[in-house]
Design a protein around this ligand. Structure first.
Ligand SMILES: C[S@@+](CC[C@H](N)C(=O)[O-])C[C@H]1O[C@@H](n2cnc3c(N)ncnc32)[C@H](O)[C@@H]1O
Length: 208
């Protein structure tokens, strides 16, 4: 089984922005809630490995028999790195105190997993949180947008459906200025997609 090929939480472009933002942040400890097969952790670590930042990977791996949970976590960790600054926490994110970390990526598997942590988030001192808008999950998308609308979360960046919220933090990749529910926000301009490529292909065929 090739762990790296199992699953990607984000697109290549979203990972690029996530890496840039975590590298530029002043966070000392970075936390990946729901580490699963490590795609988010690998991106985070790649961009912080040459700093003194520490990475905390949280998962309970409830889908595995108990005796295989830590061995699987150890295998996932090896795909991220061997540094002692990478920590694995085999625990329920609803009991683990992830609010102690400065930069948190929400990689929740469902509304039931996400909602208790979201409630903890907006009374916490976490500096930056990265949350995706899963359009196939109405409850998570609705709750996320409502929290921004009511000012419980302050959006800073929008990257193809992933929203970075919290305090001001730098991103050195190209962004445009916009507004979301009255909050100023920087967003990555719509990338050229398959529709535009198909039109280019048609124009090429007609030598236009
Ligand atoms: C969608 S996956 C996350 C993907 C991952 N971030 C990646 O980059 O590959 C969701 C993960 O959340 C974990 N999970 C679900 N409920 C949890 C809980 N209460 N506490 C900790 N982890 C949980 C699951 O075991 C699963 O590994």
């Amino acid at each position: 089984m090739k762990i790296e090929a199992l699953w990607n939480q984000f697109s290549r472009r979203q990972f690029k922005y996530l890496g840039n933002i975590v590298a530029n942040s002043d966070a000392k400890t970075v936390c990946d809630i729901g580490a699963f097969a490590g795609s988010v952790s690998r991106c985070l670590w790649e961009h912080i490995k040459d700093t003194d930042k520490e990475l905390y990977m949280i998962d309970n791996y409830l889908f595995l028999p108990q005796k295989w949970r830590q061995p699987f976590f150890n295998t996932v960790k090896k795909t991220v790195g061997t540094s002692e600054r990478i920590h694995t926490v085999l625990e329920d994110s609803h009991t683990y105190d992830w609010c102690q970390h400065n930069f948190v990526v929400f990689s929740h598997e469902s509304f039931a997993h996400y909602n208790p942590d979201l409630k903890k988030l907006y009374t916490s001192n976490v500096g930056t949180v990265v949350i995706d808008l899963p359009l196939n999950c109405f409850e998570r998308t609705k709750s996320m947008l409502e929290h921004i609308q009511t000012g419980k979360l302050t959006p800073r960046y929008y990257i193809d459906g992933t929203i970075v919220c919290g305090k001001e933090t730098a991103c050195t990749l190209p962004t445009e200025s916009g507004e979301l529910f009255g909050h100023p926000i920087q967003y990555a301009k719509k990338a050229k997609g398959s529709y535009a490529n198909a039109i280019d292909h048609i124009l090429d065929n007609f030598n236009v």
